[in-house]
Ligand binder design. Structure first.
Ligand code: SF4
Length: 388
């Protein structure tokens, strides 16, 4: 029996020919594929991590219009970068992209490094992204393995071991390294990813349309459904939180998410644990709200959203503050107009829209406990999506 790497060695030439031919016939016209500018490729690859292609299309052009090159991105204020990223999720990507742009300006005279090894030294650029930039923008024969190509390669070579353990996909990196051609590496790698996303899908892959079906080990041995091995799923954790819209005159109180928190650097409405029924007790003991002498809560609505494996039911209440409290870094009283300009968490943005829709004048009381559903019902905001 041969190893996956040996299989790749023996089949490299016909697999490359089949994939390059398929890509020439079927490649999608995507905004980032119209340029071989390493910066554009880099931005697109960071955006595409865990985000669907259709979603990225909306953001990519807008981001490049505002930050057309490394220097413009490096010179930007982080809040503006986050604001343009708002809605894409996984904001750490944006902060690291920004930090990396500053490093490229400071240490590489504004030019992205031209090897995968050097690229991988930059913040937010891992082994996959370095390989993608090096192959797509510089046509270097660097391998890539991401969610879609991992699945497709595992089936192609019949690799049925666990992939969701440390180093589990290392044999597939070796396969990818042996398959990637010396010329046309960028097109080959994009073909691998497209084939995984569009043909070799997790369920019911379209083997009858696959250009490497005649060589696919999983198909030839009847194991398409069992390869790759299913990853162990983390169970969902349910939480209940309370978002508080604190008004003072025409302004509302926002807090900025701190280091290590979800949505670090973004603005949100203050949060308490528990439901709206517990507001009186929770508000009095909150170091943030207690000094503001807030009145009783009015219910604005409730919705659910998901962050990683947490499913959060968020009750939203409004109250009025008698005092402004101490000025402090990471908190701000803002006008409704200013809400539109700040980078906000997605639940925070949803609450801002809810506020605009409800347009409850300051001081008017909606009966507490009258559960008014937020616009959009209880559909969760899912951040985990695969590149498709
Ligand atoms: S033949 Fe089927 S299982 Fe094999 S790589 Fe192609 S689509 Fe995937």
């Amino acid at each position: 029996m041969i190893t996956p790497a040996e299989w790749a060695e023996q089949n490299a030439a016909p697999v490359a020919a089949a994939l390059l031919g398929w890509y020439a016939r079927t490649s999608r016209d995507l905004p980032w594929r119209r340029s071989a500018d390493p910066y554009a490729v880099w931005v697109s690859e960071i955006m595409l991590q865990q985000t669907q292609v259709e979603r990225v299309k909306e953001f990519f052009s807008r981001f490049l219009d505002r930050f057309p090159g490394v220097a413009a991105l490096a010179a930007a204020d982080e809040q503006e970068v986050l604001r343009l990223w708002e809605g894409l999720g996984y904001y750490r990507r944006a902060r690291q992209l920004h930090a990396a742009a500053k490093r490229v300006v400071a240490e590489h005279r504004g030019e992205l490094p031209r090897t995968a090894t050097e690229l991988a030294q930059l913040p937010g650029i891992g082994r996959y992204t370095a390989g993608a930039i090096a192959s797509i923008a510089l046509d270097l024969p660097e391998p890539i393995v991401e969610a879609n190509s991992r699945r497709m390669l595992a089936r192609l070579v019949g690799y049925d071991k666990r992939l969701d353990v440390a180093g589990g996909d290392e044999p597939l990196w070796e396969v990818a390294a042996r398959l990637v051609p010396q010329a046309g590496a960028g097109r080959f790698n994009q073909a691998l990813m497209d084939l995984g996303a569009l043909i070799c899908t997790p369920d019911r892959p379209a083997c009858d349309r696959c250009p490497v079906a005649d060589r696919c080990t999983a198909r030839l041995t009847g194991r398409v459904d069992s390869i790759p091995r299913k990853a162990l799923r983390r169970s969902t954790v349910a939480r209940r939180e309370l978002a508080v819209v604190v008004r003072r005159g025409a302004r509302v109180l926002l807090v900025q998410r701190g280091p290590g928190e979800w949505w670090e650097g973004l603005w949100d409405f203050p949060r308490l644990t528990g439901s709206s029924r517990r507001f009186a007790a929770a508000g009095k003991s909150s170091p943030l709200l207690a000094p503001l002498h807030v009145d009783e809560a009015r219910t604005l609505g409730s919705f659910t959203h998901a962050v990683t494996h947490h499913r959060i039911t968020l009750d939203v209440v409004a109250c009025t503050a008698a005092r402004a409290g101490r000025a402090a870094r990471g908190r701000a009283w803002v006008t409704p107009a200013a809400l539109a300009t700040l980078a906000m968490t997605s639940p925070g943005r949803r609450i801002a829209r809810l506020l605009a829709a409800a347009a409850i004048p300051n001081g008017q009381k909606t009966p507490c406990g009258a559960k008014k559903k937020a616009a959009g019902g209880t559909r969760g905001a899912r951040y985990q999506a695969q590149r498709k």
